[in-house]
Design a protein around this ligand. Structure first.
Ligand code: NAD
Length: 489
């Protein structure tokens, strides 16, 4: 890697340029993108603002590096990922602070995300050396079937702002392990963590051009230029269902391999036999992790009528005690929403829900005048037709719905186009199995409000997308299967 001070700056140890072909450089236009602290609305840094021509430079670099990267020994790729894992963990505190400054979540949560993000590099360093093929006899006994797996090729990754580090490593880990070169485009609100990650991977020995990073305020123009170029072979997108569908249509031109990690509208079901000592903390975690700004966030809390009173009271009590503050403040549990648009959206959903008959039990309003803080909120008695049940809330608001029996719970839970994750709380072994079968989601959390784990296949069904990140499945998103028919007679 070369770093030319005139071409690119470094702020607080983080490069602010584009990473292209192993060099940090400014955008061709010289434009810069401002990064805001959502707790204050103040600008904390400026980074290069790439245009479509810069993106093509990145694709050129990724294409040039592809063949030699694919030819490296799996162990070589594995050791770079392993070294990057260790470097991330060695900088856990600094990266957590950076994350909090650009995204807002409390530092303790940022530290958790740094460790979660690093795990994808550790996991895929272990998977890089286990890319397998098969060899077997065909049913008629006359030929042999030989399969092998090869990297898909240059891969473009678009990530959202809500998990600024982990959404990148969850894609890059398997892609790099498989032997694909990468162009990473982080969200415009949170480019700094990705730039820090780029620097770490270069320090870990990643060859020039294998990872390229384009930060931009024009995601549409930059992406269109890349998708239109036949050298790109894969698009992995995490973000809203709306943008994902639009990208799928565009990706048909060059028939790109696709992974789509899209929005969610998770139901959390508290069955009649649930243990409230598990269900209440589980619901708080599923709802309040990342301040509710997670695709996995519990969007609809469905509670059996026999437990509804006690559950709702305990949930409201706990949420009303949570400390809402700038993420750097000691003991902060809930940071600000990401921006003004998010605040307007959450406020609008609450207004619609109360107009429809919902009763606010705690919270229900913005906190303070600066930054985008919103009080942890519980609202009950909302009809199923309200927007808050149909749309992703993406904020610290918990709507509670009371059901009479299991069939009603499943019917309400599945009454959505989304299908990312569901959570259930029950002490019955039989119900656990029934629920896993009945719920239309890619993941089910049982008696816990967290499913994310580098060793597990993360992903959705229906309008939450397709493809899996993490687990044994994750690397296959970046591998093509090649089959040879062998006549050995
Ligand atoms: P978003 O779709 O607006 O943005 C996500 C990314 O897409 C950003 O990098 C953005 O720059 C880019 N983008 C926006 N418009 C684009 C365009 N026209 N062409 C190309 N790229 C474009 O979503 P958001 O509001 O930033 O993120 C929140 C969404 O992400 C939620 O819906 C959430 O559920 C989803 N999400 C899903 C997962 C998952 O794994 N399923 C994880 C995290 C977030």
């Amino acid at each position: 890697m070369t770093m030319n001070a005139q071409e690119s700056r470094v702020v607080g140890g983080v490069p602010t340029g584009l990473l292209i072909g192993g060099e940090w450089r400014r955008a061709r236009s010289g434009n810069e993108l401002k990064v805001e602290d959502p707790a204050t609305g103040e600008v904390i840094a400026s980074v290069a603002d790439a245009g479509p021509d810069d993106a093509l430079d990145a694709l050129e670099a990724a294409t040039r590096a592809q063949a030699s990267w694919a030819a490296t020994a799996p162990r070589f790729r594995a050791e770079i990922l392993r070294s990057a894992y260790e470097k991330i963990m060695a900088q856990q505190e600094e990266l957590a602070l950076l994350m909090t400054l650009e995204m807002g979540k409390p530092v303790a949560e940022s530290k958790g995300e740094v460790a979660y993000a690093a795990e994808f590099f550790r996991w895929f360093s272990e998977e890089a050396v286990r890319i397998k093929g098969e060899y077997y006899r065909s049913p008629d006994g006359l030929t042999k079937v030989l399969t092998s797996r090869s990297p898909v090729g240059p891969s473009y990754m678009i990530t959202p702002w809500n998990f600024p580090l982990a959404m990148g490593t969850r894609k890059m880990g398997p892609a790099l392990a498989a032997g694909c070169t990468v162009i990473l485009k982080p969200a415009e609100q949170t480019p700094l963590c990705s730039l820090a990650l780029g620097s770490i991977l270069i320090d870990a020995g990643l060859p020039a051009g294998v990872l390229n990073i384009v930060t931009t305020s024009q995601p549409g123009e930059v992406t269109d230029r890349l998708i239109d170029d036949a050298r790109l072979r894969k698009l992995s997108f995490t973000g809203s269902t709306e943008v994902g569908k639009m990208l799928m249509r565009k990706a048909s031109t060059n028939l790109l391999r696709l992974s789509m990690e899209l929005g969610g509208n998770a139901p959390l079901i508290v069955f009649s036999d649930a243990d409230l000592d598990k269900a209440v903390p589980g619901a708080i975690f599923a709802k309040m992790r990342n301040g509710g700004e997670a695709c996995t966030s519990a969007n609809r809390i469905l509670v059996h009528k026999d437990l509804a009173g006690a559950f709702t009271e305990r949930l409201s009590d706990e949420l009303s005690k949570m400390k809402v503050a700038r993420g750097t403040v000691t003991g902060a549990q809930v940071g600000p929403l990401i921006d003004q648009d998010a605040l307007i959206k959450v406020t609008g959903l609450l207004e619609d829900a109360t107009a429809a008959g919902g009763k606010v039990l705690t919270g229900g309003s913005r906190i303070g005048e600066s930054g985008y803080f919103y009080a942890p909120t519980v609202i009950a008695g909302v009809p199923r037709s309200a927007r808050i049940f149909r749309e992703e809330i993406f904020g610290p608001v918990a709507p509670v719905y009371t059901f009479d029996d299991d069939d009603e719970a499943y019917s309400v839970a599945n009454d959505t186009n989304y299908g990312l994750v569901s959570y259930i709380f029950t002490e019955s072994f039989k119900r656990v199995h029934q629920a896993i079968d009945a719920l239309q989601s890619g993941m089910v959390g049982v008696n816990q409000g967290l499913v994310s784990n580098a060793a597990a296949p993360f992903g959705g069904v229906k309008h939450s997308g397709f493809g899996r990140e993490g687990g044994f499945e994750g690397i296959n998103e970046y591998l093509d299967v090649k089959y040879a028919a062998l006549n050995l007679s």
